[in-house]
Design a protein around this ligand. Structure first.
Ligand SMILES: *Cc1c(COP(=O)(O)O)cnc(C)c1O
Length: 404
């Protein structure tokens, strides 16, 4: 009997996979550089924090962070501390902020690795203070304020109970209270009255913290949409995520090209099968699609195990046709249900598509292929989720094609 040696398996299934997410690092560099220039033209001192949570929105944490830094990002942001540590261990020396923690987290490890820590409740302040004493090095802390999103962070009503222990720990040298920050509920609707209200509340929180004795280094509020649409909230740092990867955070206002962004990810697969089916034949589970004529169907070997949304299926109520697919010069749609590993397209009787041809699910619409936003519409979600949920098992292939 033998047992497998995990060390032998350094390229798991990479060479045997039927599809891939091709990530253009030049696009990420371009997008960050574009936002940096835009921000700089309004506010010369403002820095860019590239938000790389969720494995850089599915694009790959390390590679995307490197490209973002090359584009001019001087900070990284992650929700999970594990991703912050992964970046530091990979050798990045930029500032890194991490912001979603639960009691029991080993803050000492973050302090040792020089990672900025967001606190959003009293338990976190005392845990960070204790960890900093243990390490013997001051922790750098950003206070998350809930200015109206109604999610993580402290409301103005609870601000004082956070400021007292924070300032005390600052004054004893246990921590550096470096930042105040918040997040918008409606950044993609700059005219929404909550945007102005949140910006006002943010100003009050800063004033209150400074009056209490905070020596703040950075105040930050803007995500992608605010970075692209609302220079009045740039402050010292902006935190774009989605737009780093070239997708529009406000599709109702403009697509990626409108904002000068270049989508970085192309999701593609090689056609496994092309075969004839007669008219009136049901296709895929529960026959939501029926062929209208004698035709040829193609099998595209990616499915919901790869993060392909089953909600992007062609269901009978939408004529059996779902999300768009580009195969050579043919634009087709998913026919019938998306399965775990595959779905079907109706190529028509006269198709020239053969097994091995590349099916592009989404990429840069400026090149004539569907975009992640088209998939978001088909699946009833947002482009954030389309790219972030591309399965971990799908190989990421990195290219570096300078945009023209
Ligand atoms: C995800 C996130 C961002 C980035 O948001 P985008 O809309 O992708 O730009 C910024 N700040 C916080 C707190 C976040 O959670």
């Amino acid at each position: 009997m033998t047992t497998p040696d995990p060390a032998q398996n350094t390229r798991p299934h990479f060479d045997y996979y039927t599809g891939r997410a091709v990530v253009n690092l030049a696009a990420i560099r371009h997008n960050v550089a574009l936002m940096r220039e835009k921000v700089r033209s309004h506010s010369p001192h403002t820095q860019i924090m590239a938000v790389v949570k969720g494995g850089a929105y599915g694009h790959g944490l390390i590679e995307s962070a490197r490209a973002s830094a090359q584009g001019g990002a001087t900070w990284f942001g992650t929700a999970q501390a594990s991703e912050a540590l992964e970046l530091r261990r990979a050798g990045f020396d930029q500032r890194i902020l991490t912001w979603l923690h639960t009691p029991g987290i080993d803050f000492a490890e973050l302090i040792r690795h020089d990672i900025d820590i967001s606190v959003a409740g009293p338990w976190a302040v005392s845990a960070v203070r204790d960890a900093a004493r243990e390490v013997g090095k001051p922790a750098r802390v950003h206070l998350k304020v809930d200015t109206g999103l109604g999610r993580n962070g402290v409301t103005l009503a609870d601000l004082d109970q956070m400021l007292v222990p924070l300032i005390a720990a600052q004054d004893e040298g246990t921590l550096e209270f470096v930042g105040i920050w918040s997040h918008f509920a409606f950044a993609d609707e700059p005219e929404n009255p909550t945007v102005l209200a949140q910006a006002e509340t943010f100003k009050q929180a800063i004033a209150q913290a400074e009056a209490a004795g905070a020596h703040l280094e950075v105040r930050h509020l803007a995500n992608s949409a605010a970075t692209l649409l609302n220079p009045s909230v740039y402050y010292d740092l902006v935190r774009p995520g989605l737009s780093v990867y070239g997708l529009s955070p406000a599709p109702q206002i403009g697509d990626a090209a409108h904002f000068g962004l270049i989508p970085a990810m192309t999701l593609e697969a090689d056609i496994a099968t092309v075969k004839k089916l007669p008219a009136g034949h049901g296709v895929s589970y529960s026959h939501q699609y029926h062929t209208e004529e004698d035709t040829r169907i193609g099998v595209v070997p990616l499915g919901y195990a790869d993060g392909i949304f089953r909600h992007a299926s062609g269901t009978a109520d939408r004529g059996g046709l779902g999300a768009p697919i580009q195969i050579g010069d043919q634009r087709v749609s998913i026919a019938g249900r998306v399965c775990m590993d595959q779905f079907v397209v109706d190529l028509g009787p006269d198709t020239r598509t053969v097994p091995g041809d590349t099916a592009i699910l989404f990429g840069d619409p400026a090149t004539g292929v569907p975009g992640a936003e088209d998939w978001a519409v088909a699946a009833g979600t947002i482009s954030y989720e389309i790219v972030t949920r591309v399965g971990e098992r799908v190989p990421r292939v990195y290219i570096d094609d300078e945009p023209v």
